[in-house]
Design a protein around this ligand. Structure first.
Ligand SMILES: [Zn+2]
Length: 211
């Protein structure tokens, strides 16, 4: 479970930091328990209360949680009173700070109150993960548009997960004739057709093709 703020969508990263400091100014000591959530993490969370022991903690199956897109973070209470103690309305006070920053607070959810949860919805025209899913298809594609904020290790793990789901064989088959032709002409060595090319590799391939 990642608590790393830098794994969030860049705009949310800035808002999250501002949220923590505004809460601190009001005497609310906030800790971050979760930001980006991988598919396997979402799967095991979804299993909880269904096929695994415990209470149901999420309605969302991967990739329907905004956490899977770097668009949500969860907090806990870090002042020694108890991580989720709310007898004094501590989470409501944090919720108000979040709302003031344009965040959607899980405590405002109608059916499934999730007080530690905050998400960025104003990014999405119809205020839902469905939109970002239609626009980008998968979290991996969306996250690639701002991958500078994702560590290489996290990104590699994400891509590995993605490619194993898609199936290596099916994924490489679509451009097989082009790849064979490019290999014949010495543009690429044809190795690891599934991996991403760096800018310098792309540049080298274009120059070779132009020759
Ligand atoms: Zn959450």
């Amino acid at each position: 479970m990642s608590r790393d703020i830098s794994l969030l969508y860049p705009e949310l990263r800035d808002i999250c930091r501002e949220f923590i400091s505004r809460c601190a100014a009001r005497g609310l000591k906030v800790g971050i328990s979760q930001t980006y959530r991988t598919r396997s993490e979402q799967d095991s969370l979804y299993a909880q209360g269904r096929t695994a022991p415990g209470n149901i903690v999420t309605k969302a199956k991967y990739p329907l949680s905004p956490h899977n897109w770097g668009l949500a973070f969860d907090i806990y209470r870090n002042d020694g009173v108890g991580a989720y103690y709310n007898g004094d309305g501590w989470f409501e006070r944090c919720g108000a700070v979040g709302r003031g920053l344009g965040l959607t607070w899980g405590g405002d959810f109608k059916s499934f109150k999730d007080r530690p949860h905050f998400e960025l919805k104003r990014l999405l025209p119809d205020c839902s993960v469905a939109w970002v899913r239609r626009a980008y298809g998968s979290p991996e594609v969306f996250i690639r548009t701002w991958r500078d904020s994702v560590t290489q290790k996290e990104f590699d793990a994400m891509m590995e997960d993605y490619l194993s789901r898609r199936g290596q064989a099916a994924a490489s088959a679509w451009a097989a004739p082009e790849l064979a032709e490019a290999k014949k002409r010495g543009i690429t060595d044809g190795a690891s057709p599934q991996s991403f090319a760096t800018r310098q590799e792309v540049a080298a391939m274009i120059i070779r093709a132009a020759k």
